[in-house]
Design a protein around this ligand. Structure first.
Ligand code: NDP
Length: 465
């Protein structure tokens, strides 16, 4: 049995005519073709390097040039989104949809509305989504989209006009059997409602073209909870491999949006104690724990009043607000990064471990930078990478699609049981795959190889398309 590092070294050692291994060649070509896309290159590098043991073991992936093919999106759409604000001024944003890979099902992945959105970020998210969706056991390809529109500070009417303009173009490219978007940062129930309404008006059809819908018009119970719940279920599975559980664990959580809120709820339900939340202005540290009553306050603050997390510290006693800080220097045993990409640096990871952290389960996508991941792996803590740990959201979206296609609604208990079972299966698949390739306990290798093999084999079966 070889370790991932040995396999990568061995893959590097089997050089081609130009003195480079197949993985090095493929990476170099991705770097050359996408020079100004740091987030996309970061995601590709992480995946390609960690799947070296599979590339080494199965020659067909090199013969079929799978790495070159899988790193190139099938289709990328960019479009103008004009709208008028409440003062009657004309505004213009940019809309995107990256349809990355449809080898195992229709494109599936969220829409992000945030001023930082650009092609690099959406290509990294779409690329990650391909492997994540493959891990869910459901039939979903990978895609991602969004806009550099900032919903913060906009009225409901402005958000509606923006969403209607965005969907007026997007509707040409999506469909229940083609591409099914969902929410992500800045896109929650309100935005999905406006987007769905415009799709229905333009296409004159009521289909499951979006997920994250409200319950009274095609949504699924547990979809809002699914990503956060899933990240905690995944943590519980990782802890079980060491005979441990969430009970009594002090947990830090970053972000205070959809994923963070339901991460806190599930931590509480499983007997842990969540002590932090954050937003882009700062972090609250509540050593007494964010209990159900305090969480209800956060949900009202964030989802209805759309206020800042600093208000939590004014509302409850014994709470510290740390302006412009993240939660990673708060002592904890389990950390749940649930805000955004690259929010945990190598230095943060070292601080976490120094303070007693034994587990990181990623609710956000790529929240740990490459140095942080190295620190987790060197210290052999339990590390659940986002594409496995946060796959519960898209898995539940898949369950929403299944219900829509049958015109059925499943109960809360049914959906939660299916979600829990999917998270257990993802964990077992990642754990067993890592072991099979000689890297026991390395969920990065396990998740990436398990996700990759299913998609790559489907691509080979379907010929050169
Ligand atoms: P929300 O928009 O509901 O919440 C995002 C939270 O993260 C907010 O508290 C926001 O603060 C904070 N945040 C966003 N950008 C930054 C930044 N640059 N710096 C600091 N804080 C930031 O989004 P979600 O909860 O849906 O998504 C959070 C993460 O989870 C993302 O990485 C997303 O891709 C991932 N994810 C989401 C899924 C889902 O089902 N929703 C599924 C799988 C992954 P502020 O309000 O100040 O911007």
């Amino acid at each position: 049995m070889t370790t991932a590092t040995e396999a990568l070294q061995s893959a590097r050692a089997s050089k081609g005519a130009n003195g480079m291994s197949y993985i090095e060649q493929a990476l170099q070509s991705v770097v050359q073709r996408n020079p100004n896309e740091p987030e996309f290159l970061q995601a590709v590098k992480e995946v390609l390097e960690s799947i070296a043991p599979a590339i080494e073991r199965h020659r067909k992936y090199q013969d079929q040039r799978i790495l070159e093919r899988i790193t190139e999106p099938e289709r990328m759409l960019m479009f103008r989104v004009p709208w008028t604000d409440d003062q009657g001024n004309i505004r213009v944003n940019r809309g995107f949809r990256v349809e990355f890979n449809s080898a195992i099902g229709p494109y599936k992945g969220g829409l992000r509305f945030h001023p930082s959105v650009n092609l690099s970020i959406l290509k990294f998210l779409g690329f990650e989504q391909v492997f994540k969706n493959s891990l869910t056991t459901l039939s979903m390809g990978g895609g991602k989209g969004g806009s550099d529109f900032d919903p913060k500070g906009k009225s409901d009417a402005e958000v509606m006009r923006f969403c209607q303009s965005f969907m007026t173009e997007l509707q040409r490219h999506i469909g229940a059997a083609t591409d099914v978007p969902a929410g992500d940062i800045g896109v929650g129930g309100r935005e999905i409602g406006f987007l769905f309404g415009q799709y229905k008006r333009l296409r004159n059809e009521f289909t499951g073209v979006l997920t994250g819908k409200a319950l009274n018009w095609g949504g699924s119970l547990i979809r809002p909870e699914a990503t956060g719940y899933g990240a905690v279920y995944f943590a519980e599975e990782m802890l079980a491999t060491r005979g441990d559980s969430m009970k009594g664990k002090i947990c830090t959580v970053s972000g205070s949006g959809n994923v963070a809120q339901y991460t806190v709820e599930k931590i509480n339900q499983l007997g842990g104690k969540a002590v932090s939340l954050s937003d882009s202005n700062g972090t609250i540290y509540d050593p007494n724990g964010i209990d159900a009553e305090k969480l209800a306050f956060v949900m009202e603050l964030k989802n209805i009043r759309r206020g800042r997390i600093s208000e939590y510290a004014k509302q409850f006693k014994g709470v510290e607000y740390r302006e412009n800080a993240n939660p990673w220097n708060i002592p904890c045993q389990c950390a749940f990064p649930s805000a955004t990409q690259n929010e945990v640096s190598g230095a943060d990871a070292r601080t976490l471990i120094k303070n007693g952290c034994i587990l990181v389960s990623e609710g956000a996508n790529m929240p740990s930078d490459p140095q942080a991941i190295d620190v987790y792996l060197e210290n052999k803590i339990l590390y659940g990478p986002g594409k496995a740990a946060n796959a519960g959201g898209v898995a539940c979206s898949g369950l929403e699609m299944a219900q829509n296609s049958q015109f059925m609604y499943w109960t809360r208990e049914e959906v939660d049981a299916k979600l829990h079972n999917i998270m257990r299966t993802i964990h077992a698949n990642a754990f067993n795959t890592a072991k099979e390739y000689g890297c026991e306990g390395n969920y990065v290798v396990g998740a990436n190889i398990a996700g990759f093999v299913k998609v790559a084999d489907a691509m080979i079966d379907q010929g050169l398309v």
